[in-house]
Structures are given as structure tokens and as C-alpha cells.
Design a protein around this ligand. Structure first.
Ligand code: AMP
Ligand code: GLY
Length: 452
């Protein structure tokens, strides 16, 4: 089977790593890929959003299966274009990808089909949005369209809500994405990302992971695309997974099909485990990044048949096999990220860092004059597995200790949240965290090392 993978980040490196292991795959291409992906695939210099070029490439190379990593080409209609040209594609149509591409569409669908989510209203008028925010108290203002992970502004006070509404609707700081906003109730609870394969009304549960969205330890600082993830999540047991399938995944698959926009791909449900049960924070039309990295290293079977079945509209397996091992992924970021950051800085990764149970997935890297250099905000996704979460954490941070680039920074508490207890929004204080969740001694240096 000839496979094309679209994208070039850490998520796509982990997908390339999983796909390349399949005995069914005779050729794997990545567009555009990155130097890490190039170890498993032939990288072709086509951008992930160059729809015409991607369709031409799939035609010319007689691609049997295209797997689309990021949301932007899906929202722009890449899956529709490929299908129209007769290609099997893993990833939803533009109409179904609106579940991520338009928050107003997603919230309206959830309201009409009674899928649990935060109370909300949609606005284009700033004064009306402000009035509703007063009714809610603490709230979240969200741009309707895609905003590279920066379109949700959590507003603890009325003043913060006023400012967020002004940013979107009066000052146009988010451009067209922010001309319509959703204002919604602030939900309290633990956040979990849950994934399922969806093909029309057929669904297969995958597993859960937890992301760490803010840049600094203890969930402080601005939001990023995700600084790290772990899986499994202790508070998310089988009963919770079944409840999420029953109340959220099955209903949304049926809702999209009923609306004439059947979904075919992986559905990412961003959930808040509230006192009233799991509620949807957002849906995404793709795997999470960095959640995908921890899912791929826990997968205990060939990924390609399941992706192919969704893409070809064939019957899905009932479930996929997963290891009971824990996995953790720590993202190493460029100095300044999530703000402005330099690129082109040399990266040092000793050749013996990678081994069984430790993968260094490339996110924002490039090759320059034969050297590996930084090329993005999130540079590397150091991903470890072990029989227990503390051991996986220790293994990841021990590897990170040996990796260098100027300005490199990362969170030192990835995976620690699982020991904070359900419903906690963060560690009570750093000393308590150290006392309760110290990993094996080998990793302690990484925890005390100041950011460089
Ligand atoms: P989103 O872009 O919708 O995923 O939102 C980004 C982040 O903002 C989420 O991962 C949550 O941490 C937070 N957030 C979004 N909506 C809510 C909400 N209604 N209540 C509490 N936190 C939220
Ligand atoms: N890790 C968050 C996302 O992929 O949207």
C-alpha cells in the first residue's frame, strides 16, 4: 500500500513512525514532513495546505491512502478534493470538519442534539456579548474560526470579558476568525482529551490523554499548542469512557450524519470532567498534538488497517489493542515560545538517546547544511513509555537532560497532574508536588535544572 501523510509536526512524526511499522505499507511519503519524519518516509516539499499540489501528487504517485494530520487542510476541503479525484482519505470532509472550524457551528449542533457542553450564546455585537457575559460571571470568550490555539480567552472577571470581547469584535485582533464569538460559561473540572475513530454512524473508541496547555509549570502562563501529554489518565476509567461514548461520541456522529455531513476520521473530544459529568470543551477534526505522540507509542497493533477502513468506508474493527504501559511526551520549545522565537539554532541529540521506550519525535526542526536546526516553536516531542507513569516520566526527563539547543525550555511537571487528584486545577505548591511525586533519582537533575 502506498501512503501519503500530510503534515510536518510532532503529531505527524509519531503517525509516520506508527505507519512505517506496518507490513502493509510499501511506500510512505510525507508532505512536507520534517527531518525526523524523513527517517521513516520520503519527504516531498509540498505544504500541508497546498491542496492542488497534494491532489496532483496523490494522482501521480498512485497513492492508496492519504492520512491528513492537521486541521487547516481538512477545514479547507482537502479530503473532499482527494475523494473527488478517487482517492481514499483518512480525515473528514470540510462540512464535517466544521465541528472544529466553526465554534458557533459546533455549539449549535451540541445544543440541538443535547450533547453536554457549557451554556453559551453566539454574538457579532459587542454590547450584547457583554450583557451575556455579565449573566455568566466567569466565562470564556471564543473566536468562531480557527486561531492557532489562541482563540479561547478565559475571563475570570467582567473586565477581562470586556477586553476579550473588544479584542475580537471591536479591534478585530483575530481578523475574520473573531468577527463572531461564542461566549460560554466557565466549567470547573479536570480536562481530558478523548479520541475515537468515526465513520458515519460507526465509532470505535481509542484512548484518552491529558494535555498541558500553558507554558509554565503548575498550569501558569499563556496557552500554547500543548507543552506535553500523558496517558492513561487515572481519573478516566472504563466507566467514564463508556459514558463519553454514550453521551458524546455516538450522539455527535449521529448528529453530523443527520445534518448531511457524515464524519470520517479521528474525532478529538476535548472534555471537562465536571461535577455534573463529562462536558465538551471543544471538538477537533484530527489527532491532538502532543496527545497523538502518547497514543501512538501505546498502540499495540498495526494502525494502518483501521485508518484504511475509515478511509475506504469499510467496516471498522470493534476496538484497537493498547499496551497497559504509561506514556508521557514532553515538548521542548524554542526560547520565547509561545511568543516570538528565533529559528535556525543547532540542536544536539546524542545518537544513543533513542531506544526501546524512548522516541524523540521532531516537531519544528529543519536540516541546514547537513545539521539539525530549530524551525518552530515546539521543536522536539520527547516521548517515553514504561510500566508506570513515574517511570515513563523519569525516562523522558533523563533523555531531555542530554538534548540541547540555545533557549530550549520545557515544563518540568508533565504527567505530575495525575497525582494531584481529580478536580484539582494545579499543584497545591511546588514543595508538596516534589514530596508526593518524585520520580526515580535518575531524573531529579532535570527537575531542578533552571530553564536555559
Ligand atoms: P479551546 O480552544 O476551546 O480548546 O480552549 C482552550 C482552553 O481553554 C481549553 O483547553 C480549556 O483549558 C480552556 N477552556 C475553554 N473553554 C472552557 C470552558 N468553558 N471552561 C473552562 N475552561 C475552558
Ligand atoms: N493539544 C491540543 C490540540 O491538539 O489541539
Amino acid at each position: 500500500m502506498r501512503v501519503l501523510l500530510v503534515g510536518g509536526g510532532g503529531r505527524e512524526h509519531s503517525l509516520a513512525w506508527a505507519i512505517a511499522k506496518s507490513p502493509r505499507v510499501t511506500a510512505l511519503y510525507a508532505a512536507p514532513g520534517n527531518p525526523g519524519i524523513a527517517r521513516h518516509a520520503t519527504c516531498v516539499p509540498i505544504a500541508a495546505d497546498a491542496l492542488d499540489d497534494l491532489v496532483r501528487f496523490a494522482d501521480r504517485e498512485r497513492i492508496d491512502l492519504t492520512v491528513v494530520g492537521p486541521e487547516v487542510p481538512l477545514v479547507a476541503g482537502l479530503a473532499d478534493r482527494l475523494r473527488a479525484a478517487g482517492h481514499a482519505v483518512f480525515g473528514p470532509s470540510a462540512a464535517a470538519a466544521r465541528i472544529e472550524g466553526s465554534k458557533a457551528f459546533a455549539k449549535d449542533l451540541m445544543a440541538r442534539f443535547r450533547i453536554p457542553t457549557a451554556r453559551f450564546e453566539t454574538f457579532t455585537d459587542a454590547a450584547a456579548a457583554r450583557r451575556f457575559s455579565r449573566e455568566l460571571g466567569a466565562c470564556v470568550v471564543k473566536t468562531d474560526g480557527l486561531a492557532a490555539g489562541k482563540g479561547a480567552i478565559v475571563c475570570p472577571t467582567a473586565a477581562a470579558a470586556d477586553e476579550a470581547i473588544a479584542q475580537c469584535l471591536e479591534r478585530g485582533e483575530f481578523g475574520a476568525s473573531g468577527r463572531t464569538v461564542v461566549v460560554e460559561e466557565f466549567m470547573e473540572g479536570e480536562e481530558v482529551s478523548f479520541f475515537a475513530l468515526v465513520s458515519g454512524t460507526h465509532v470505535v473508541p481509542l484512548i484518552e490523554a491529558q494535555d498541558h496547555k500553558t507554558v509554565f509549570d503548575g498550569d501558569r502562563g499563556p496557552n500554547t499548542g500543548g507543552m506535553g501529554a500523558f496517558s492513561p489518565v487515572g481519573s478516566f476509567d472504563e466507566r467514564m469512557a463508556a459514558r463519553v461514548m454514550d453521551t458524546i461520541i455516538h450522539p455527535v456522529a449521529a448528529a453530523l450524519a443527520a445534518e448531511g455531513a457524515p464524519y470520517h476520521g479521528v474525532l478529538y473530544a476535548g472534555l471537562m470532567l465536571t461535577a455534573e459529568g463529562p462536558k465538551v470543551v471543544e471538538f477537533n477534526c484530527r489527532f491532538g498534538d502532543p496527545e497523538c505522540q502518547v497514543l501512538m507509542v501505546r498502540l499495540a497493533e498495526d494502525l494502518v488497517p483501521a485508518l484504511g477502513a475509515v478511509a475506504r468506508r469499510e467496516p471498522l474493527p470493534r476496538a484497537l489493542a493498547w499496551t497497559s504501559d504509561a506514556a508521557v511526551c514532553v515538548n521542548l520549545a524554542s526560547g520565547g515560545y509561545p511568543g516570538r522565537y528565533p529559528t535556525g539554532l543547532a540542536i544536539t541529540i546524542p545518537s544513543d538517546v533513542e531506544r526501546d521506550g524512548l522516541q524523540v519525535f521532531h516537531a519544528g526542526t529543519a536540516s541546514k547544511d547537513g545539521r539539525l536546526v530549530t524551525a518552530g516553536g515546539r521543536v522536539l516531542s520527547v516521548t517515553a513509555t514504561a510500566p508506570s507513569l513515574p517511570d515513563a516520566i523519569a525516562r523522558a526527563y533523563a533523555a531531555i537532560d542530554r538534548i540541547r539547543f540555545d533557549g530550549m525550555h520545557f515544563r518540568r511537571d508533565i504527567g505530575r497532574r495525575s497525582t494531584w487528584g481529580a478536580g484539582s486545577s494545579g499543584p497545591p505548591n511546588p514543595p508538596a508536588l516534589r514530596a508526593t511525586a518524585q520520580p526515580s533519582p535518575g531524573a531529579s537533575a532535570a527537575w531542578s535544572r533552571p530553564a536555559v
